[in-house]
Design a protein around this ligand. Structure first.
Ligand code: MTE
Length: 310
C-alpha cells in the first residue's frame, strides 16, 4: 500500500513547519525576501508554497478528509466516488487553452501558469452549497498573475472556465448527469481579486486527482461549485458565461453563488453548515457572509441585491 503524506507527517508537524516558515519570512532582510519569493519549490512529489497573509489560521482538515469526501461528478455523484475513480485520469501531459479577449492566446502548460518560484500556500475555508465546510491548505498562484501574463484586452468583462471531457477516463461522463463539459465563470474583477487562485497542489503534494489535478480554480468566498476542477480552457469574454449548475437549475443555483447565510437555497437553509471532521454531533457552525472573506470582497458587490444575484 502506498503511504499518504499524512501517514508519514503528523498534522502537528505541518502546522509547526508553517509557523516556522512564516516567522522566517517575517525576519528576512530585503535581500532575503527576493529569495523568499523563490521559496516555492517542487521536487520528488513534494511542493512548497510561500506562506501568505491571506491564509486562515484555522486548523486544516486532514489529508484523508480532503481527499475522500469530494464533489467531482465526472467521477460519480457519491462523495467517495472521486477517491475511488479519479486515479484513471491522465494529468500529464496537460494543456490549458487560453483564448478569447487576450493579447497572447495559446496553449499553456501547467508549469507555465504556475511555476515553482511563484507558488504560494493559501489555507482557505471551503463552503459547499450543500451546507458543509472544510479548511484546505492549497498550493497555487493568484489567477490575476496568470491573466496579466496572457494580457487581458480592454473589452473583456468575464472569465470562462471549462473542465476536460474524457469519458474513457472519467466514468461519470458516460452518463448525462450534467451537461458536459463542467463550466464556470467569474466577473473579471472577481477573477483579479487577490484571493482567487489557480491551485496545483494541497498539503505540500501535487494536486490529488479527486481534488482537480493538475490545475483547478479556488474562489473561497463563493460556494464550492464555482471552484472548477481539472481546467483545460480559460476564455476571456464580454458576456456572462454559462455555468453548469445554473444551467441545470437556475432557481436554485446562480451565477454569483457568493456564500450568504441570509439567502437560503429553496430546499435548505444556508444559515449554518456541517464542519467535516468535527464528528456527527459537535460539528455545526454559523455560516459567515462571503464565507468570512467580506473584508476582501464585499466592495465588489456594493449596490447589488444579492438576493436577486444569488
Ligand atoms: N469541478 C468539476 N469539474 N466537477 C465537479 O463536479 N464540483 C464542485 C467543485 N468543482 C465539481 C467541480 C463542488 S460542488 C465542490 S463543493 C468542489 O468542487 C469540491 O472540491 P473538493 O472536492 O476539492 O473539496
Amino acid at each position: 500500500m502506498k503511504l499518504n503524506w499524512s501517514d508519514v507527517t503528523p498534522h502537528r508537524m505541518f502546522l509547526d513547519r508553517r509557523k516556522f516558515m512564516a516567522a522566517s519570512v517575517a525576519g528576512l532582510s530585503v535581500a532575503g525576501l527576493a529569495l523568499a519569493g523563490r521559496a516555492g519549490a517542487q521536487s520528488a512529489g513534494t511542493m512548497t508554497g510561500a506562506p501568505s497573509p491571506l491564509s486562515t489560521d484555522q486548523t486544516p482538515n486532514t489529508f484523508e478528509e480532503i481527499t475522500n469526501y469530494n464533489n467531482f461528478y465526472e467521477f460519480g455523484t457519491g462523495k467517495e466516488d472521486p477517491a475511488r475513480n479519479a486515479h484513471a485520469l491522465t494529468t500529464d501531459p496537460w494543456a490549458v487553452e487560453i483564448g478569447g479577449l487576450v493579447e497572447r492566446p495559446g496553449s499553456y502548460g501547467v508549469e507555465d501558469l504556475a511555476p515553482d518560484n511563484a507558488l504560494e500556500e493559501r489555507i482557505y475555508r471551503l463552503r459547499c452549497v450543500e451546507a458543509w465546510s472544510m479548511v484546505i491548505p492549497w498550493i497555487g498562484v493568484p489567477l490575476a498573475g496568470v491573466l496579466d501574463k496572457v494580457g487581458v484586452q480592454p473589452g473583456a468583462k468575464y472569465v470562462e472556465f471549462e473542465t476536460l471531457v474524457r469519458p474513457e477516463e472519467m466514468v461519470g461522463q458516460r452518463r448525462a448527469i450534467l451537461d458536459w463539459p463542467y463550466r464556470e465563470g467569474l466577473r473579471l474583477d472577481e477573477a483579479m481579486n487577490p484571493l482567487t487562485i489557480l491551485a496545483t497542489g494541497l498539503y505540500d503534494q501535487p494536486m490529488p486527482n479527486q481534488n482537480g489535478a493538475p490545475i483547478r480554480l479556488v474562489v473561497p468566498w463563493k460556494y464550492g461549485f464555482k471552484s472548477i476542477k481539472s481546467v483545460v480552457r480559460i476564455t476571456l469574454t464580454d458576456r456572462e458565461p454559462v455555468n453548469t449548475w445554473k444551467q441545470l437549475q437556475a432557481s436554485e443555483y446562480g451565477f454569483y453563488a457568493n456564500v450568504n447565510p441570509e439567502v437560503n437555497h429553496p430546499r435548505w437553509s444556508q444559515a449554518t453548515h456541517r464542519v467535516i471532521g468535527a464528528g456527527l454531533f459537535g460539528g455545526r457552525e454559523e455560516t459567515q457572509m462571503f464565507n468570512g472573506y467580506g473584508e476582501q470582497v464585499a466592495s465588489m458587490y456594493a449596490g447589488m441585491d444579492l438576493s436577486v444575484n444569488y
